[in-house]
Ligand binder design. Structure first.
Ligand SMILES: Cc1cc2nc3c(=O)[nH]c(=O)nc-3n(C[C@H](O)[C@H](O)[C@H](O)COP(=O)(O)OP(=O)(O)OC[C@H]3O[C@@H](n4cnc5c(N)ncnc54)[C@H](O)[C@@H]3O)c2cc1C
Length: 362
């Protein structure tokens, strides 16, 4: 079938990849350049999402763990295992046994994973690894595995798979309408006919559906997340509680530097997607509370932000689901939500849905 995919982030690329691998003739439309928006502004983690267990999102975590392992196995040059530590303090909201129970569940959800092992590290071991870590009240910490990737390069690797399978990728090709009858109208005024159209434009998917006259049963909550890259070495990857909040944040080694993130700020699609001064201060404050160092502004070598396209429902963005959802309207399939880690599973589901709807003789 001739299929149009709208959106050149990781989800669009994985949809195109899976559709091409089923023999479809795919054209992907991207308004700008590939992998420049949300998919390049991630925390670079291929992870099951330990904290989603608190929201009982077992299906999502199981799928994400399986997908994490798939990326680590498939593209070891761009995705590697990462050992993270969750330090436990006397006044941590999540105590030693609670985090330990979460890790037992994490392992049970991926029973065949080679990355399921975790262990308790004593206080001295943690401070020996990282003398900057706040010692006061420190009891020890849990060490466990997830994955880390180069999100941009891995996205371009997926684009390479699409091209190798004969898919066409059109950059600088915005779509103004993706209609249920299979018509794609480009921003330059071209009108093209397809047998199927997949709208997977991330945070812009809802707006494109509206512009195409499609009423969706879901809405997207757009929640900005910002990161800072500090010109400081990072001897250990951490998952840390923000002091006085239930939120967690990451301190991660990233290309010999420190990646710090993230925040959660609701915004509209029309507002600029950039790290605000308040978010910068918030992240530096969270970092200071564990590592005691004042970061000189010249040490912030990069600030980046993206918006999570979350399926609307929860009032608290920290609890909103990272699941994805589909809406079929005749030849148009709209895809909303999803994680980087689960992009390939999402692509497979899209390919399955298109195969199922392919009636006899069509
Ligand atoms: C701060 C933050 C941290 C995150 N960290 C992680 C993480 O560590 N691990 C993880 O698994 N997930 C993470 N995520 C989630 C993950 O990054 C996103 O779910 C994923 O990148 C979304 O990809 P996407 O392709 O749907 O959207 P995008 O990457 O935004 O791609 C959509 C594309 O569609 C294009 N587009 C839009 N409208 C049109 C149009 N009309 N015509 C043509 N093209 C159009 C855009 O230009 C864009 O390139 C994070 C998200 C955020 C915001």
């Amino acid at each position: 079938m001739r299929i149009a995919v709208v959106g050149g982030g990781v989800n669009g690329l994985c949809c195109a990849w899976m559709l091409c691998s089923q023999g479809h003739q795919v054209t992907l439309f991207e308004r700008g350049a590939l992998m420049q928006r949300t998919s390049r502004a991630s925390s670079k983690l291929l992870h099951g999402g330990l904290r989603y267990l608190e929201n009982f999102e077992f299906r999502l975590v199981r799928e994400a763990l399986r997908e994490r392992d798939g990326w680590l196995r498939r593209v070891p040059s761009l995705a590697q295992p990462l050992r993270l530590v969750v330090p436990i303090y006397r006044n941590s909201r999540r105590g030693r046994w609670m985090v330990g129970a979460g890790l037992v569940l994490y392992r049970l959800l991926a029973p065949r994973s080679p990355y399921g092992d975790f262990l308790w590290l004593g206080r001295d071991e943690l401070l020996g690894r990282d003398p900057d870590l706040r010692a006061e009240g420190l009891l020890g910490g849990w060490e466990f595995s997830d994955g880390q990737m180069d999100d941009y390069e891995l996205g371009l690797w997926i684009a390479g798979q699409v091209r190798d399978l004969g898919g066409e990728i059109r950059e600088q090709s915005g779509v103004s309408q993706a209609r249920p009858d299979g018509t794609v109208v480009t921003e330059s005024g071209e009108s093209l006919e397809f047998e199927r159209v997949v709208n997977v434009a991330g945070p812009w998917a809802e707006g494109l559906a509206q512009a195409s006259g499609v009423k969706l049963p879901y809405h997207l909550d757009l929640v900005r997340g910002s990161h800072l890259v500090l010109d400081r070495p990072c001897p250990q990857a951490y998952l840390l509680e923000v002091i006085g909040e239930r939120r967690v944040f990451f301190v991660l080694p990233w290309k010999s530097r420190t990646l710090l993130g993230t925040t959660e700020v609701r915004q509209s699609i029309d507002e600029p997607i950039e790290c605000s001064a308040e978010e910068e201060a918030y992240l530096l404050g969270a970092y200071r509370s564990y590592f005691g160092v004042e970061v000189d502004p010249v040490q912030i070598i990069e600030r980046f932000a993206g918006v999570r396209p979350l399926i609307s429902s929860a009032r608290n963005p920290n609890r909103a689901s990272r699941e994805y959802a589909f809406h079929q309207s005749d030849r148009l399939l709209t895809v909303m939500g999803g994680k980087w880690t689960t992009a390939m599973a999402l692509g497979k589901q899209v390919a399955r849905r298109i195969r199922k709807r392919r009636g006899p003789g069509s």
